[in-house]
Design a protein around this ligand. Structure first.
Ligand code: UDP
Length: 312
């Protein structure tokens, strides 16, 4: 049993992390400024003895009383539409926010776990992406606020490991989806499912031949907890290695929702990666973990959640 400070704990991933930590008997101090996190994601935890919510912006500081065994830094707006709306906030939470979370880990002698991203690989020239690949990132494009903030966060984490001997974990999360994504989040899985449920056209950007590898949220969380519980220092890809084009994803969504929406094609966003798939060799070898939920099953669960949330 551990006391865990979890930044971004009211977000999509963070709220699932809270659930899983509490379910295994850990105590959760959930820190969120609710800029993209939602109070409704954690409302069901309000009366849980092991759960405390602290409304605070980790970019401004992170002051927590009492012992702390682990600091998990998940806070960050994560959708490409957030990159345009909240560019400075994203850079700050990746830099100042990571710095404050690391300082708390030093003060408390806690393990530090940071959520990084497959975006550190940019538009990858190596495929699939192993942790040894250094990436192909445009440092000044519209996605750079996220990509470079996460790359800086990894660099700062390893600097604290080397300079202060902090025990660190770095997870590189690949496209994760599931219940509690914001319906208007702008990412492809939520967009397609909501559009299908509402009988709207599915908006495919570009020609739909670009690929992603989608990981269901429960798999993502069990992978991250396996990493937290391990003693592995260094980045680990957590995702699903089944790769789909956006046209294939659209078909999966149409089948799961029984919708007959048309596809409409819209311009491809600037610097949109053409392909992405994790190499999971390290996760399998070091954590004994691999994903178990495949896309059709996960999309069906996510669609059921959105249908309920939106009253459709
Ligand atoms: N995309 C799409 N239609 C949408 C939203 C996104 O075709 O309504 C595409 C987007 O251009 C990208 C892929 O889906 O190629 C994944 O986009 P998402 O925003 O989900 O994540 P990321 O680009 O960060 O992997």
């Amino acid at each position: 049993m551990a006391r865990v400070v979890l930044t971004g704990g009211a977000g999509f991933l963070g709220s699932h992390m809270s659930d899983h930590l509490l379910a295994r008997g850990d105590e959760v101090v959930c820190v969120d400024n609710l800029v993209t996190g939602r109070a409704s994601n954690i409302a069901h935890l309000a009366d849980h003895d092991g759960f405390t919510f602290v409304e605070c912006d980790v970019s401004e500081g992170l002051d927590i009383d009492g012992p702390v065994d682990a600091v998990m830094h998940l806070a960050c707006p994560a959708s490409p539409i957030d990159f345009a709306k909240l560019p400075i906030e994203i850079l700050k939470v990746g830099s100042y926010g990571t710095h404050h979370a690391l300082d708390l880990a030093v003060e408390k002698g806690a393990v530090f776990h940071v959520n990084s991203t497959s975006e550190v690989y940019g538009d990858p020239l190596e495929h699939p992406q192993a942790e040894t690949y250094w990436g192909n990132v445009n440092p000044i494009g519209p996605r750079s606020v996220y990509d470079e903030a996460k790359r800086f966060g990894e660099a700062l984490t390893m600097a604290y490991h080397r300079a202060h001997d902090v025990d660190v974990r770095i997870v590189r999360t690949f496209n994760t989806y599931g219940p509690r994504m914001r319906p208007d989040d702008g990412r492809v899985v939520s967009n397609f499912i909501v559009q299908a449920l509402e009988g709207e056209n599915l908006t495919v950007y570009g020609d739909g031949s670009q690929t992603r590898s989608f990981c269901y949220v429960d798999d993502q969380i069990t992978g991250q907890l396996a990493l937290l519980d391990s003693d592995y220092v260094g980045p680990v890809n957590i995702g699903n290695e089944h790769e789909f084009t956006m046209l294939e994803l659209a078909q999966v969504v149409l089948e799961a929702t029984n919708a007959s929406s048309e596809l409409v094609f819209e311009p491809l966003p600037h610097d949109d990666p053409t392909q992405r798939r994790p190499d999971l060799t390290v996760a399998r070898r070091e954590l004994g973990w691999e994903p178990t939920i495949q896309l059709a099953e996960g999309v069906a669960k996510t669609a059921a959640h959105f249908a309920e949330e939106l009253g459709l």
